[in-house]
Ligand binder design. Sequence first.
Ligand code: AMP
Length: 190
Amino acid sequence: MLNIVLFGPPGAGKGTQAEKLISKYNLVHLSTGDIFRSNIKGETDLGKLAKSYMDKGELVPDSVTIQMLEKEVEANQSANGFIFDGFPRTTNQAVALDEFLESIPTEVSLMLALEVPKKELIDRLLLRGKESNRVDDQDESIIENRIRVYLEQTAIVAKHYQSQGKHQSVDGQGSINEITERLFQVIDQQ
Ligand code: AMP
C-alpha cells in the first residue's frame, strides 16, 4: 500500500493537492476536516461536537478524531492506499495511526510537508472564505488561532516522521501544477 500523510498548516493546499494525488496513484482520500464538515451538515452528534471546536479554530479531541479516522480506514480495506489530509495533527494521533496501520498490517509510506509562509496562508484562507461558506475561513482571528494551534500542537508531528526517515519537505508556493509536479517527483523517487 502507498499511504501518504499530506502535512502542512491551514491553507497550505493539502486538499487541492490530495485530489491530484488520489487520481494519479489511485488512493482513497481521507480528510478529517471534510468528514467533520459532512457530519456538521448531517447534524449528527459528532458534527455538533466537532463544530464547537472548529468554529473557534481549536482541535477536536484526539479520542473522537482517532476513532473516526480508524472507522474510515476500516470501511476502505480494499484500497490501494490512503492520503491522510489534516491527520495526524498531534503526536498522539501520529502514534495511534502507526499502531492502527500496523494492525492491518501496513504503515505510513511517507509524509509530504507543504511549506508556505504565514502571510500567504492568511491571504489564501481569506480568499477561500470569500469563495466558500467555511465559517473558519471568514474571520481573521479564527485563522490566526488555527495557525497558532498548528505551530503549538501540530508542527511537532513532523519530528515523529523525521525520526522514522519518512519526512519530506516540499515547497508549497507557485502554481497548483508546479506544486503537484514536485509532489509526484518525491513520491516517484520512493
Ligand atoms: P481542515 O479542513 O483540515 O482545515 O480542518 C478544519 C478543522 O477541523 C480544524 O481547524 C479542526 O478544528 C478540525 N480538525 C480537522 N482535522 C483534525 C484533526 N486531525 N484533529 C483535530 N481536529 C481536526
